[in-house]
Design a protein around this ligand. Structure first.
Ligand code: BTN
Length: 277
């Protein structure tokens, strides 16, 4: 399926093409851990692309349906600050590292995927915080970012391109329904990777900050001005309010009596909609 992909890529990377894997994120991690001497970096990332996934993962522990006809890819970077504490433990960590940076990576990648898919789409697309690409018909693409050993970061991207043989998935839309032409999965993968490498480089060279991307993200953001609920994976309501935008730390901003209230994680739904089961 992806036999000509390498000729479409401009960025220097190590490309692994598979017919099937459990998850491209897992495959990327195991390749990195099996060859720890390999110098994966921003300049030489490892890319895994597969025609299908047997156990594709989504955010919040969900399953990501991955039949042939979609794009399932992961990019593994070892950041240049790996020796200075790597990605750290997370936002509230006092450990050395870039705990904060990882939070800004997810919406940044969504913006990169959005830009790539827009080159194919005839219909309007939006980004639903933090990292879903949607149209009026449903969800077109998703992003799952995972860390290993505080050093390796894997950026996993799934794009619904063609209708699967088994029929359409609930809540999903497909690039073929959003465009005037039928792009190949190879073209889509190449466009996503090009945009991703370029955004990652900008982000890295500008101190791993989301600040340079706030305005562009806000411009394409879904649900601005709408009353929403933010829920945890188990459906518990974490916050609610009217969406105002996103801040420089990539937090969702909800309007509050005393000014915008930042939200760091969760699933956003329109306030009158039931949470996904
Ligand atoms: C989401 O919206 O919940 C995120 C979906 C991410 C799916 C991609 S497909 C490639 C990579 N491998 C996985 O197992 N998941 C990501």
């Amino acid at each position: 399926m992806f036999k000509d992909l390498s000729s479409l890529l401009e960025h220097d990377c190590q490309l692994v093409i598979k017919d099937t894997v459990t998850s491209t994120n897992d495959e990327a991690f195991s390749q990195a851990l099996c060859s720890p001497q390999s110098a994966f970096s921003a300049a030489h990332p490892l890319v895994v692309v597969s025609t299908e996934q047997a156990a594709g993962r989504g955010r919040l522990g969900r399953f990501w349906e991955s039949p042939p006809g979609g794009v399932y890819l992961s990019v593994l970077f070892e950041p240049d600050f790996a020796q200075e504490g790597g990605w750290g433990e997370g936002e509230n960590s006092s450990a050395k590292g870039r705990g904060d940076a990882i939070f800004s990576l997810s919406p940044l990648v969504a913006l990169a995927v959005y830009d790539a898919l827009l080159t194919f789409a005839a219909e309007e697309l939006y980004i639903k915080w933090p990292n879903d690409i949607i149209s009026a018909r449903g969800k077109l693409a998703g992003v799952l970012i995972e860390l290993k050993q505080k050093i390796y970061v894997v950026i996993g991207v799934g794009v619904n391109v063609n209708h699967p043989d088994a029929g359409t998935s609930l809540g999903a839309t497909y690039l073929v329904d959003e465009t005037a032409r039928e792009p190949s999965c190879e073209e889509v993968a190449a466009a996503v990777l090009k945009s991703l490498f370029s955004s990652y480089d900008t982000w890295r060279t500008q101190g791993c900050s989301f600040a340079p991307f706030v305005a562009a993200y806000r411009e394409h953001m879904a649900l601005v001005g709408k009353q929403v609920c933010v829920r945890a994976a188990d459906g518990t309501e974490l916050a609610s309010g009217v969406v105002e935008g996103i801040d420089e730390r990539a937090r969702l901003l909800l309007a509050g009596k005393d000014g915008p209230t930042p939200v760091t994680a969760g699933e956003v739904t329109l306030a009158n909609k039931l949470p996904p089961s």
